[in-house]
Design a protein around this ligand. Sequence first.
Ligand code: AHR
Length: 332
Amino acid sequence: MKTLRALLSLFATILLLGTLGCQPTQTEVPQTAFPAPLVKKTYTDVIIGYAQLGAESEWRAANTTSIKETADQLGIELHFLDAQQNQDKQIEAVRKLIIQKVDLIGLSPIVETGWTEVFQEAKNAGIPILLVDRRASVQDDLYVTYLGSDFLEEGRNAARIMADLTGGKAKIVELVGTINSAPANDRYRGFREILVEYPDMEIIASETGDFTRARGREVMEKFLNQHGSEITAVYAHNDDMALGAITAIEAHGLRPGVDIKIVSVDAARGAFEAMIAGKLNATIECNPLLGPQFFETALKVINGETVPKWVPSEESIFFPYNAAEILPTRKY
Ligand code: AHR
């Protein structure tokens, strides 16, 4: 299959040279390991595979909807598999998509490591891997591009906002996302990068809440039982865990957003509702509506066009003062 594609590509190049009557310069040659088809494909010609990591949050639900709805709108045949929060199942999903001979595989890796072997299998089968939402620690040539947020900057912004909210003096508890996932790693690191500038801001406890509301609540209960009113701030790696923490704080007889300042990431509708109720102090946007950009980039890759190695998402930060005005415009 790979040889056939390579031959077709060579044939196409010879045809092109014949038409142009000149030698193309290096920059005119698409910089991709995957040869362009003879005739450019359109959305209705391609089969796209997607190995989603699961359904752990409001964010993830919006991400899945965006991918499925965009495929429907564009008339794309989408093979969508859900790994239910399990890396082995996600690897198995990629293998199934390879067997199904899809034209490209989109993937939000549940954790950063452990992908080299299966990505190499996809590459050997001539199927490009496009990372959506989360990065994977693999060699650059094993994926075509990463489409998603700057998680490190999200972590830095969370710390900057927390410093503003607390006047640079706080006892912080941190609800970390899924262990070894790209957003948890980077939000953890980015937050600390800024915190070193604030000697009176201290992280007194940090534990994973696995990006879910239920775990966020459980871990916050534990923090409150251990540290009580010593806690003045919560940094949650996503809105779901912040919402879980809010429930725990109220059950403990404290006022979330007032007695304990809370900053989280995602900017999902639930966070806006909490800000309107005065229970959350800020949310940093992480855009899950990646469907349109994903399929546009996928088609370019399939057609042998050059794409940047990272297509960053455009994102903002939201605060309670205008949350009521903005909420009706939010799509997730
Ligand atoms: O990878 C993005 C993160 O995953 C979101 O912040 C979180 O809500 C989701 O589960």
